[in-house]
Write a protein that binds this ligand. Structure first.
Ligand SMILES: Nc1ncnc2c1ncn2[C@@H]1O[C@H](COP(=O)(O)OP(=O)(O)OP(=O)(O)O)[C@@H](O)[C@H]1O
Ligand SMILES: [Mg+2]
Length: 184
């Protein structure tokens, strides 16, 4: 994985597969340059025993192949920068994954194209789940949610190309001043 945004894609795919109806994403950059990428969902959750195994690359409920790599790779890349990954999960209630990246490290992945990643995730699941994103740094804060814009669209699909383009462009415009310094 070459970008943090690609890890986001994988972690969100886990939430979608877990049957989440809400996926709330956060990117919070603190004044020490530590970036938190957080994903909270209300999907099926994991038992404490399974959660222990998820931290190793052999835990998966996938039937197409034997190993799941999404979370172990995220852990590896976060730790390579000097950060870590915290996971909280409750069966039947949901999961919260927080990955911390030390952006000043030369081993830290670039953020990548967060706006395009969000737009393609929304386009790929235009009905359920509802997505939200919040970005914050000492430069400011923004938030966006599909639930908020749905009424404005009056039934037009979130997968409609012009809507997708509008989402991507407005996210880009709003995120750049907040996280712009770590995007590439
Ligand atoms: N948000 C979540 N809610 C419920 N279960 C989850 C969640 N995230 C991960 N899991 C469980 O943990 C397993 C491991 O996840 P991981 O992303 O590491 O691998 P994978 O999704 O199985 O495969 P890959 O990511 O390589 O395509 C998943 O198969 C799933 O059973
Ligand atoms: Mg995965």
């Amino acid at each position: 994985m070459k970008e943090i945004a690609l890890h986001l894609l994988d972690i969100v795919q886990n939430s979608v597969r877990a049957g989440a109806t809400h996926v709330d994403i956060r990117f919070l950059l603190d004044d020490q340059g530590v970036l938190e990428m957080g994903v909270r969902d209300d999907g099926c959750g994991m038992t404490p025993e399974f959660l222990e195994k998820v931290r190793s690359p052999f835990a998966t409920t996938r039937t197409t192949r034997k190993v799941g790599l999404g979370i172990p790779l995220l852990m590896q890349n976060a730790m390579q920068s000097g950060g870590r990954v915290d996971i909280e999960s409750t069966p039947g209630a949901g999961t919260d994954i927080a990955a911390y990246f030390v952006t000043s490290s030369i081993d830290c992945l670039p953020l990548g194209d967060l706006a395009s990643t969000m737009a393609s995730m929304i386009m790929g699941s235009p009905e359920t789940p509802e997505f939200s994103i919040r970005c914050a740094s000492d430069k400011g804060e923004m938030s966006f949610s599909t639930e908020e814009i749905r009424p404005v669209l009056e039934g037009v699909s979130l997968a409609e190309p012009s809507v997708v383009q509008w989402i991507r462009e407005s996210l880009e415009e709003e995120i750049e001043p907040i996280l712009g310094g770590i995007m590439k």
